[in-house]
Design a protein around this ligand. Sequence first.
Ligand code: BTN
Length: 262
Amino acid sequence: MPYSGKDQKWLESQLQTDLIGKVIVLKGSVESTNDLTKTLAQKGAADGTVVLADSQTQGRGRRGREWSSEANVGIYLSILLHPTLSPEQAHQITLVAGVGLIEAINTFSQTRAVLKWPNDVLINNKKVAGILTEFYQGGDHNGIILGIGVNVNNSRFPVELQHIATSLAMENSGSLDKLPIIAAIINNIEKEYWRFMDGEFPTIIDEWNQNSDIFGRHISLSLGEQTFYGTAMKLDEEGQLVLETETGEEVAFDSGEITLLD
Ligand code: BTN
């Protein structure tokens, strides 16, 4: 069912936030909630605006990948933020949002969801949610758009995604109501966001580490043309992934694409 005015009222009644979701824009089909949020931002949309759509015709993930956005089954939402942050801190916000997102998802999933660096949420080694963080230049400020996709009630995926994607319904017993999950995502991300702005990033990283199962595992990390192999050790205080290479050396990466090898 598409979102209704009643859904909007219910959602607003569940939010315990001072910033995120004070303005909620509900849409039917859009190309991408991130693109719409950027357009609204350029027209002066308020800090904390949330854009939520029933479906996306050009939903996208990291590295230009398509994000399967079938009508009504998933959560497709973007959050506009206008913080004053250095470029390094702006990149850390994906990890901050990841902690809020995993807490929300695990409130509703009996099968534990875990974080995969930098922005994936997995259940049973398959992707159930992801975050696409994008930046834009406003007239008098720079902005961040946190795009969040969660596979909730999908019962199947296109053939090319079947071995890598899953949904909360497929990993739990039956379909779930999306609205309480959306409220939890917004409430939790706002909580983590204020902790981040208060200088608590190291504690947030501890929580990130506790919510991930990549550590101690053999991984490959591709960065541009290069591939590195080793054991994932932890995220350090800056949110960089520390990899112990086959020679025993520890190397920290601030970006890259990892594959779990065991
Ligand atoms: C990823 O895992 O690569 C990130 C996926 C992010 C998908 C969401 S859905 C809402 C928002 N709009 C988009 O076009 N993408 C993000």
